[in-house]
Design a protein around this ligand. Structure first.
Ligand code: ZN
Length: 160
């Protein structure tokens, strides 16, 4: 079966940056399953998998515009430490959920000074060119329920 709209695609992957550093991998985990054509995964990877079938290996280099977008320096800001009272053990890389006028947003801590903490609301992979090595492990028809929900369900029909 060929990867196309309304198929459930399972794949193993390793994601590296341009220096060859592994950023993420499905190794030791179940393959990732998604509904093709429903914006479940980044557009560049969906394009790379289109037309493939089970057992195919795909290497794709995906520019930020087709992944997590460019970095936006306006999304970086300093907050007084006292505003983060109640947050235990602030350290670089820590993810925080903050309330903004447009809803809650995940930010991460990039710098800590005596008085202030720098937080960054960019996606950690914004501005990063992604190097994917993917093996397609399964392609199947989505169920009517999966199409309706817009995502893949587990082997027993459960939500992920
Ligand atoms: Zn569902």
């Amino acid at each position: 079966m060929i990867v196309a709209k309304d198929k459930i695609v399972s794949f193993d992957y390793t994601l590296k940056d341009s220096e060859g550093i592994v950023l993420d991998s499905s190794e030791g985990r179940e393959p990732l399953a998604y509904l093709h054509g429903a914006d479940n995964i980044i557009p560049g990877l969906e394009d790379a998998l289109s037309g493939k079938s089970s057992g195919d290996q795909v290497s794709a280099v995906i520019e930020p515009e087709n992944a997590y977008g460019p970095r936006d320096d306006a999304l970086v800001g300093k907050v007084p430490k006292e505003n983060l009272e109640g947050v235990e053990d602030i350290q670089i890389g820590l993810q925080l959920q903050v309330q903004t006028p447009s809803g809650s947003k995940v930010v991460h801590v990039t710098h800590i000074d005596e008085e202030t903490v720098t937080i960054d609301a960019n996606h950690p992979l914004a501005g990063v060119t992604l190097h994917f090595d993917v093996t397609v492990t399964e392609v199947r028809d989505a169920t009517a329920e999966e199409v309706e929900h817009g995502h893949a369900h587990g082997p027993g029909g459960e939500h992920h």
